[in-house]
Design a protein around this ligand. Structure first.
Ligand code: ZN
Length: 495
């Protein structure tokens, strides 16, 4: 009976977050605990739906080690994470006939700027040259030369905001089975484009990026390619191979893989101007908000915890207060000291605390408030789309004047409404809602809001990419160098 070993290792980091992350940021499942993903909209959920239909195949569940997005992983944290993942895989690899590696691609650690490449290389050494390995990646990942040299194939997310986690796992599982059983031999053609992109055109349902992703899906579905996708990297993960890139895999046909990858890259490149963040100055947005009925969304993509920011920006709420905005404001912030003070005082108490600037002291000045503790929680919830756990630690809802602020002890992904709902806040009940994510699924906020403002605020994940100060990625790179040129060149990988 063929046996497929599966493992997952994921984190997405922002180099511009001043607070390094550690082993304690990782949520670990081992062995049969991985089956908790059955039925979930996750890559493993999708892969299980394929493998479970095949009684003649056995799964070897090893480890899932996943951290929320954060600052760079400390050297010590990386040592622990990599040692644990590799030990788990090593313990069972002797039984395996093939491997599914579920990765993100935007990890970065002190002393190791290509963690996924390192782990894949070590696993390839253990597996030997002939064992099929297929990986899946987030389109925000940075797929490196070292990673591509270790694997037989890969599948990529095709949606942003991401909703196709399970679908990506299904495609990975099917590709792995095709390699194992049908003799499929993927040739992966990679075209690196020296540009970073951001902004609304990346929303695949409506943006120009989505138009090209649908071409990738078309060539996958009509059989031209066995897998295709366009990775845009997480522009805040400043590592040597940060870039945008097209990767097209065919069954043994290098010429077609190269031709399609180059065609898609040539179509992508001229769109880089459109694929930049379009931001509105905070004072202008507030001035307009004062005259509007609402509800309004203030998108604070610069403090997007899901892209690796600290989550402790008070830039928008303090400016709203200073400007005398009178509507009901709902916002979220990471501030462990304020959350602890609220838990100590209890529901109904009035406390004097500061909000924000707890970690990113260079960017944010703590904001003094005298607030009422409205609600306390353990900070546990589940993401709306994936139904995977969120653990924000002791959490409090504080109110003062016209503000309602959900205060977390730990940074968690805020790309949906889970943490508002879990803490008794219904966003449409407010006039202005701050969302710390560049984009959310349309129905969550925009569908019922009068206007979504993309606010120009300081932060470790600002869409004003030129403002961040990249020092490691290859240069020239658009938009840091506006005159960057591009000559498409496809490099192929095959095992
Ligand atoms: Zn992503």
């Amino acid at each position: 009976m063929p046996k497929i070993l599966i493992f997952e290792m994921k984190q997405e980091i922002s180099t511009f977050n001043p607070l390094p992350s550690g082993y304690e940021n990782f949520h670990v499942l081992e062995g049969d605990q991985l089956y908790r993903h059955r039925g979930l909209n996750t890559e493993f959920g999708g892969a299980f739906s394929v493998f479970d239909k095949r009684p003649d195949i056995e799964i070897i569940p090893t480890i899932l080690s996943v951290a929320g997005s954060a600052g760079i992983l400390s050297a010590d944290g990386w040592k622990k994470v990599s040692t644990q993942v590799l030990a788990s895989v090593k313990a069972r690899i002797g039984e395996a006939d093939a491997i599914y590696a579920c990765l993100h691609g935007a990890m970065g650690a002190e002393g190791e700027l290509d963690p996924e490449g390192y782990v894949l290389k070590e696993i390839r050494k253990m597996a030997g040259p002939d064992m099929p390995i297929v990986m899946s990646l987030d389109l925000h990942g940075i797929c490196t030369d070292r990673m591509l040299k270790q694997v037989n194939g890969l599948t990529l997310y095709h949606t942003y905001p991401h909703v196709d986690f399970a679908d990506t796992g299904i495609r990975a599982a099917n590709l792995l089975l095709d390699i194992m059983e049908k003799g499929v031999k993927p040739v992966m053609a990679r075209v690196v484009m020296p540009t970073l992109v951001r902004g609304d055109e990346l929303i695949t349902a409506i943006g120009c990026y989505g138009d090209l992703i649908r071409e990738c899906q078309r060539i996958e579905r009509d059989g031209t390619a066995v897998a295709a996708g366009i990775m845009i990297g997480n522009p805040f993960t400043d590592v040597p191979e940060l870039c945008s890139q097209v990767i097209v895999s065919t069954n043994g046909d290098a010429k077609t893989a190269k031709r399609e990858a180059i065609r898609l890259a040539e179509e992508f490149w001229p769109l880089r101007f459109r694929m930049q963040g379009k931001l509105i100055a905070l004072d202008r947005a507030i001035a307009q908000a004062k005259t509007m009925k609402g509800p309004l969304i203030f998108t604070d993509a610069a403090d997007a915890t899901s892209s690796g920011a600290t989550g402790d920006s008070n830039a928008i709420i303090s400016a709203l207060r200073d400007a005398g905005y009178k509507g009901k404001v709902l916002a979220q912030i990471v501030d462990p000291a304020a959350a602890a003070a609220a838990h100590k005082a209890g529901v109904g108490a009035t406390i004097k605390v500061t909000l924000g600037g707890f970690y990113d002291k260079r960017r944010y000045k703590p904001m003094k408030v005298e607030a009422t503790v409205k609600l306390l929680s353990d900070g546990n919830a589940r993401l709306e789309t994936m139904k995977t756990p969120l653990t924000a630690g002791p959490t409090a809802v504080l109110t003062f004047d016209n503000f309602t602020i959900v205060v977390f002890s730990k940074s968690i992904s805020l790309f949906d409404r889970a943490m508002y709902y879990a803490n008794g806040c219904n966003p449409p009940d407010f006039d202005l809602i701050v969302v710390k994510s560049p984009h959310t699924e349309h129905h969550m906020f925009e569908a019922w809001a009068e206007k979504n403002f993309n606010i120009d605020a300081p932060g470790a994940t600002s869409a004003d990419l030129k403002s961040l100060g990249h020092t490691i990625c290859a240069r020239p790179m658009y938009p840091m160098e506006l005159d960057t040129t591009f000559t498409p060149k496809a490099v192929t990988y095959a095992r």
